[in-house]
Write a protein that binds this ligand. Structure first.
Ligand code: TYD
Ligand code: MG
Length: 458
């Protein structure tokens, strides 16, 4: 038998080297390169898929054809049974696609997939492979979740080779692998969860999915800093990468799409974790808004845009005299650099200086807002906190602030206003260019052009 060869792999980017070095030349990370033994045959992942595919239709590539002649009718999207999950996937599961579901331990990845399987199995053939839990543990959970189990086909397995072989015999429409970090590929010496194992395992499952048309879901764990464990290549090889995040109070879970070859990114789905598993939240705006009767200074509702829909969230700012020579600036849920930029704009164009004050910003409910429309509400919340004057509870705002102090329009202005009206807001601060042409009944729309206009509103 050929002697195993040793190679050196960077755990951050997956770059390969023939000898050890301290700093990766590809990504510049230090101390991320470690030695791995491989058998001499190239690309074990491809071999795994090829072995399992022996005799499977379409196993050896498609040949050349015209794109228009590709039959789309035989592969409609499969609904997961959860409209929030379907939305994040871009309208349902695409046959032959590979989806990675990431999240912290305890986020509810296994629960979500088991519940999905429970709904899917009524109309489709599925195979659930568990590597982390025993069959009994999954059965206990299914019983707790009151899922009908007589149509759920399940296996406890950690070998990618065996999984591909089983799936090519069983021929399910959807294959679930929980999780990729405990799987191993024959012929790779390193431990499960190591870079080569994760990469080759994912590559094998991807090839298998593409050739057979079976949709594959892989669970992946995230590291402390919130990125998916394993090399970046894991995210490159899948079609769709989704993160299941727990909010600060752990009651709600948001499903967020980071990459999607078949739909919009930044789409979110919201679930509540209950004692009977995950339940969809159909009106997420309602849960992220404060239910208190009186509002304190520094608090304001805003309309952000997530994927294909508006979301109303509460934003809080706190401005307080600093005890330090370097006042603190901290933002949770929004971009810290944007906060610094905003403070400079307010200083330069509105003579509003917070140079000796600590400034804290928080988006309530653990929501992350990347939309620039948070600028106007953020500025208003800071002014309100500094002046110690509350903003009326019926007020909501959105809009981007430019470096010259102008207030710029944001996409989907009309849809945002409509959602705010639907949730009962009566005073809406909007960029001048987003203001509707017609007057709205019982709603006061206040168009603003420059940051100085915001001071008159508080
Ligand atoms: P789990 O799906 O095991 O997480 P992951 O696979 O992402 O590691 O999630 C389990 C968590 O969810 C655990 O903290 C308990 C909670 N949970 C409930 O609150 N209700 C339930 O019905 C279930 C099944 C789990
Ligand atoms: Mg799990």
């Amino acid at each position: 038998m050929a002697k195993p060869k040793s190679i050196f792999i960077c755990s951050a980017c997956g770059a390969k080297y023939s000898r050890w070095q301290g700093i990766c030349s590809e990504c510049g990370e230090a101390a991320t390169i470690s030695e791995t033994l491989v058998d001499n045959a190239p690309n074990p992942g491809a071999k795994v898929a090829a072995r399992a595919l022996n005799g499977f239709a379409g196993a050896s590539g498609s040949g050349i054809c015209t794109l228009s002649s590709v039959d789309l009718t035989s592969r409609p999207r499969i609904s997961t049974g959860f409209s929030e999950f379907d939305r994040v996937l871009g309208g349902g599961i695409v046959s032959g696609s590979v989806t990675l579901i990431g999240g912290n331990p305890g986020a509810g990845k296994s629960t979500l997939l088991l519940q999905t399987v429970g709904r899917l199995c009524l109309s489709h053939k599925i195979l659930y492979v568990t590597g982390e839990e025993s069959l009994q543990q999954v059965a206990i959970r299914a019983a707790r979740l009151k899922i009908g189990t007589d149509r759920i086909r399940i296996a406890a397995e950690t070998s990618i080779d065996s999984i591909c072989e089983m799936a090519s015999v069983e021929q399910p429409q959807v294959l679930i692998v929980d999780s990729i970090q405990v799987m191993h590929v024959n012929g790779i010496e390193s431990a499960p969860g190591s870079v080569p194992q994760v990469r080759e395992g994912a590559a094998a499952l991807t090839q298998f999915a593409k050739r057979t048309g079976i949709a594959v879901f892989m669970v992946g764990h995230v590291t402390k800093d919130g990125t998916l464990a394993g090399p970046k290549i894991l995210e490159h090889c899948v079609d769709c990468s989704i993160i299941l995040e727990a909010g600060t109070d752990m009651r709600y879970r948001t499903l967020r799409c980071q990459k999607n070859r078949f739909g919009a990114v930044n789409e979110i789905g919201v679930f509540a974790m209950t004692d009977e598993g995950l339940k969809e939240v159909k009106n997420p705006s309602a849960i992220f808004l404060s239910r208190q009767e009186t509002v304190a200074p520094g608090s304001l509702a805003m309309v952000t845009w997530e994927g294909t829909r508006p979301l109303l969230v509460e934003l809080q700012g706190l401005v307080d005299l600093s005890l330090y020579s370097n006042p603190r600036r901290l933002s949770l849920g929004t971009d810290q650099n944007r906060l610094s930029m905003l403070l400079s704009v307010l200083h330069r164009h509105a003579e509003f200086s917070l140079g000796d004050q600590d400034v804290f910003v928080n988006i309530v409910g653990g929501v992350k807002v990347e939309d620039t429309s948070a600028d106007v509400p953020l500025a208003m919340a800071l002014i309100s906190s500094f002046k110690d004057r509350p903003i009326d509870k019926g007020t909501i705002a959105f809009g981007e602030i430019g470096l010259t102090g102008e207030i710029r329009p944001v996409p989907y202005g009309q849809e945002r206003i409509a959602e705010a009206v639907k949730q009962g807001f009566v005073r809406i601060v909007v960029p001048f260019d987003n203001a509707p042409r017609r007057r709205l009944n019982n709603v006061d729309v206040i168009p603003v052009r420059r940051v100085t206009d915001l001071f008159n509103l508080i």
